[in-house]
Design a protein around this ligand. Structure first.
Ligand code: PEP
Ligand code: MN
Length: 344
């Protein structure tokens, strides 16, 4: 249920409303909108009538059911888009389109610094790179782990670019939080509920990737796990789904972008690198993603894709990335957006 508060509610009345929600056995999620403040009362459906009766309390405007199975993620609870602050004025979900670029995996200091400098020079907003890699084969490179995180932090110190990196299991959260600005949940972990619950307890933004077999509703229910744990900073990432088509690595479902816009206030970014699996398709699908209303892009860039330990085929060389960024700025402008400024 959503409890809509009156604009002139006093602090004491507010506290009484929160206490009553808890007393009735629900969690009280306070959602501060620009227009109004609401409390999302989330829990089992028992006791709903009593919540409804809270309409009589001073300071309460009305109490409404949330019709969607995802509650805190829904537009019903918060009609305006969520803007997620990341670091040093960088945020996701506002008018500016963010571009998160970098290698699939952190491989070495030289590879990372060279890529970081190149993507920054081309105007990227953030740096990505996996230190813990989810690989299909147990014999493939699994990532540099904390050593890779240190290289990412050094690259941030050198370039000012905030860091996005993947977390695969709860026991790695603490160490990753020491270095990263955004924690990425990969497609394979989108329904790892034990991991999502733990990420609900931290205060870093989470970039949640859609799974290759995840419906929009399941995707939003996964976001709900993080939100209901108390972490309101969730960024959704469309990265393609598995279909009968084998000419591309995945089928990039760009229709999910406007669809999600109608269902949720959370920002949506698009990953055309994993979404297509081919570097030649990355630029056109990036432009299409902006046209569809994406708040950002996640792009794999590697200085020597032919020597990349993972995902070389889909990685752009820095010069191709720079050329794409120039055209992307014009698409962003046409969509009444602008590219987010790069760090100084
Ligand atoms: C990645 O971003 O490098 C990655 C492994 O992506 P996904 O989880 O979407 O496959
Ligand atoms: Mn990759």
């Amino acid at each position: 249920m959503i409890i809509v508060l009156k604009k002139d509610i006093t602090q004491q009345q507010f506290q009484e409303v929160v206490d009553m929600v808890k007393e009735l056995g629900f969690h009280a999620h306070v959602i501060q909108g620009t227009e109004r403040t609401v409390i999302g009362a989330v829990g089992s459906s028992r006791g709903k009538e009593k919540l409804q009766a809270m309409e009589n309390m001073p300071g309460v405007e009305n109490v409404m059911p949330i019709l969607q199975p995802y509650k805190l993620a829904s537009l019903e609870v918060k009609p305006e888009k969520t803007v997620i602050p990341v670091r040093n004025g960088t945020s996701v979900g506002g008018r500016d389109v963010v571009v998160i670029a970098g290698p699939c995996a952190v491989e070495s200091e030289e590879q990372l610094i060279e890529t970081a400098k190149a993507v920054k020079a081309a105007g990227a907003t953030m740096l990505r790179g996996g230190a813990f890699k989810p690989r299909t084969s147990p014999y493939s490179f699994q990532g540099m782990e904390e050593e890779g995180l240190i290289l990412l932090r050094n690259a941030r110190e050198e370039t000012g670019l905030p860091i996005v990196t993947e977390v695969m299991k709860p026991s790695d959260i603490d160490v990753i939080c020491k270095y990263a600005d955004i924690l990425q949940v990969g497609a394979r972990n989108v329904q790892n509920f034990a991991l999502l619950k733990e990420l609900g307890k931290i205060d870093k933004p989470i970039m949640l990737k859609r799974g290759m077999m995840t419906t929009i509703e399941e995707f939003l229910m996964s976001a709900e796990y993080i939100l209901s744990g108390g972490n309101s900073r969730v960024i959704l990432c469309e990265r393609g789904i598995r279909t009968f088509e084998t000419a591309t690595r995945n089928t990039l479902d760009l229709s999910s972008v406007p669809l999600l816009r109608h269902r949720t206030h959370l920002p949506v970014v698009v990953d055309p690198s994993h979404g297509t699996g081919h570097w030649k398709l990355v630029a056109p699908m990036s432009y299409a993603a902006i046209a569809a209303g994406a708040d950002g892009l996640l792009i794999e860039v590697h200085p020597n894709p032919e020597h990349a330990v993972s995902d070389g085929i889909q990685s752009l060389k820095p010069d191709k990335f720079a050329a794409m960024m120039t055209t992307l700025a014009r698409f962003a402008e046409a969509a009444d957006r602008s590219l987010a400024p790069t760090a100084h």
